[in-house]
Each structure stands twice: as structure tokens, then as C-alpha cells.
Design a protein around this ligand. Structure first.
Ligand code: PBG
Length: 332
């Protein structure tokens, strides 16, 4: 008896079927990215001659107050829902006591009011940490080389109330002191600002990827020591989850993972464990790496979109990125 002809097993599953045409690929796209997912960080300077391109962040400029207003109008036109203000403040006015951090007339608060004048519907996010106004470059008050937790939290509360008073919609505590979210939330509730949101930099790592940012805000040469006693050890995952759990329990409305691309595993864990509004910060060093390689012709500009899609795939609702205006323009 002859055996039946051998038929090669038919591949019932050919995953390439759905990749064949642009229409099929569109139908099977799993995550999306739109301007609505973006928060645009901007640097605002009060220093005469301080405006202009930041050498370690090619394509990103420090803005004057007028420049910040124009950026706000650009954000509105491109449907970017929020900008985040970072102050480039006068180095001669930085002190170890940081009192300018809660001065209603500091450059950060001036920028909030200026933006609200021209773009009242744009959400304005701020940074809460003492470093822009601190003579020693730290996010907290320092005594005998030690970063003081509770004294810093008191200062942060003052800073937050001044920002809320100036019209901020979202406060972004980036300092990593313990107990700051609870203290900020209570102060906001008690002082007529119960609807001001807190986007906590909950899982903020002690990262080398912040280098260009510190150039941008003029903190680079200044930092005495490092930030390892308050920012998270890059080797840790569980600690980040405890930070997020704690900040949500204390009254954070939204949480952030920072940096972004090297910490996508953390983004996914946060979204899965807490199901809260989750954001990643594609930080200055990530921008510098991509933009440097793109400008050298080593990578195509398509990597920008790919890098941001990764955050959406990892579960993030949105991304703080210096690419926000460029990407929104491209998506429009
Ligand atoms: C400091 C702060 C930093 C960034 C945002 N807020 C730097 C730091 O912690 O030293 C970094 C953002 C970036 O690198 O783009 N409060």
C-alpha cells in the first residue's frame, strides 16, 4: 500500500496577512498617539540675554515671557492640552533658604499669569522643587550636607500655594521629599484651591539623563553632591510601586514615571497595579540622544514617533516631551 501524499501543513496563522496593506494595518493598530496625550515642558528665563537655544538640547529654546505666551498660543493651535513651566532664574538671587521659590513675582509665577492671559483654556502645569531658586542646586533645603525633609515640605507648601494663586491648574512636585503630597493636598484644600490637581513625580529616579535639563535651568555647575538620598535607585522596581501607592493615598490625582524610555517596565507596572492616570517624562537626556543622532543623520526622524508610541504601549495616558510641538504639528 502506498502512503498518502505528504501535504505541507497549511499555516492557519499567517500574521503577515494583517500587515499586507495600509488599510489592514490601520484596522489592527492597538495604541494611538495624539496631541491630546502630550504635555509640553517649556523653559522661561528672567535673565537678560538668557533666551535662545540650549546647546545640549538642540531645537529647544529658553523663552522670554513673551516667548512663553507665543508658545501657549502654539500649544492651543496644535491641540496640546498642557504646558509645564520650568524657570531659568537669576543666579544672583539664588539663596540657601530659597525664599524666591514662593515669591508671587518669581519668573515661574509670572509665566503662569502671562500664559493664562493669552490662553486661559490651556492647562498650566508647574514644577514644585526648590532647585531653580536654591544656591546649592538641590530640590530641598540643605543643612550640614543633609537634605532636610520636613523643613523642605513646609517650603514646598508655600511654593505650591503661590503657584495655585497665580492660576496653575496642575502642580508637579518633582522633589521626592516624603509626605509632600499629603501636605500639599491639605494646604490646597484649606486655602481655597481644592480643584487644583497634583501630578506627582511619584517614581522619579536618580538619573544621569537629567544632565541637559540642568544646563537648561542653569543648575549644572551648582549641584553640590548628587540627589541619591531622595530620588529612587535605578535598580529598584518595588520601591517605585510603594512611592506611587503612597502618593495616590496622600491625594495625588495623577502620577509620573521619570525618566521615560529606560523605565518603560515601571510605567507598565504602575498602570497595571494602580489604574490611575499615568504619565511618563521623556527627559532632556532622552531628547538629546534622539535629537543628536537625528541631526547627525544616524537615525531618521521617525524614531520620535516610535519613542512616544512606546509610552502609550507601556500604559501611559500621556507623555511630557520636548517633542510635543513638533509631533503635534506632524500629527495635525
Ligand atoms: C528638578 C527637576 C529635574 C527635572 C525636572 N525637574 C532635574 C533633577 O531632578 O535634577 C528633569 C527634567 C529633564 O531632564 O528633562 N526638580
Amino acid at each position: 500500500m502506498s502512503s498518502p501524499p505528504i501535504v505541507a501543513p497549511f499555516p492557519a496563522t499567517r500574521l503577515r496577512r494583517l500587515r499586507r496593506t495600509p488599510a489592514l494595518r490601520a484596522l489592527t493598530t492597538e495604541v494611538s498617539l495624539s496631541a491630546a496625550n502630550l504635555i509640553w515642558p517649556i523653559f522661561v528665563t528672567e535673565i537678560a540675554g538668557g533666551a535662545g537655544e540650549i546647546p545640549s538640547m538642540p531645537g529647544v529654546e529658553r523663552l522670554t515671557l513673551d516667548g512663553a505666551k507665543r508658545a501657549a498660543e502654539t500649544a492651543m493651535r496644535l491641540n496640546i492640552p498642557a504646558v509645564c513651566i520650568f524657570p531659568h532664574s537669576d543666579p544672583d538671587l539664588k539663596t540657601d533658604t530659597c525664599e524666591r521659590a514662593w515669591d508671587p513675582e518669581n519668573i515661574g509665577n509670572k509665566a503662569i499669569r502671562a500664559i493664562k492671559e493669552v490662553a486661559p483654556d490651556l492647562a498650566v502645569m508647574t514644577d514644585i522643587a526648590l532647585d531653580p531658586y536654591n544656591a546649592n542646586g538641590h530640590d530641598g533645603l540643605v543643612r550640614d550636607g543633609v537634605i532636610l525633609n520636613d523643613e523642605t515640605v513646609e517650603a514646598l507648601v508655600r511654593m505650591a500655594l503661590a503657584q495655585a494663586e497665580a492660576g496653575a491648574d496642575i502642580l508637579g512636585p518633582s522633589d521626592m521629599m516624603d509626605g509632600r503630597i499629603g501636605a500639599l493636598r491639605m494646604a490646597l484644600e484649606g486655602n481655597g484651591h481644592k480643584d487644583v490637581a497634583i501630578l506627582s513625580y511619584a517614581a522619579k529616579y536618580a538619573s544621569g539623563f537629567y544632565g541637559p535639563f540642568r544646563d537648561a535651568v542653569g543648575a549644572s555647575g551648582r549641584l553640590v553632591g548628587d540627589k541619591k538620598t531622595y530620588q529612587i535607585n535605578p535598580a529598584n522596581r518595588e520601591e517605585a510601586m510603594r512611592c506611587v501607592a503612597r502618593d495616590l493615598a496622600e491625594g495625588a490625582d495623577m502620577v509620573m514615571v521619570k525618566p521615560g524610555m529606560p523605565y518603560l517596565d515601571i510605567c507598565r507596572m504602575v498602570k497595571d497595579q494602580f489604574a490611575a492616570p499615568t504619565y511618563a517624562y521623556q527627559v532632556s537626556g532622552e531628547y538629546a540622544m534622539l535629537e543628536g543622532a537625528i541631526r547627525n543623520g544616524w537615525l531618521s526622524r521617525d524614531v520620535v514617533l516610535e519613542s512616544l508610541l512606546a509610552f502609550r504601549r507601556a500604559g501611559c495616558d500621556g507623555i511630557l516631551t520636548y517633542y510635543a510641538p513638533q509631533l503635534a504639528e506632524r500629527l495635525a
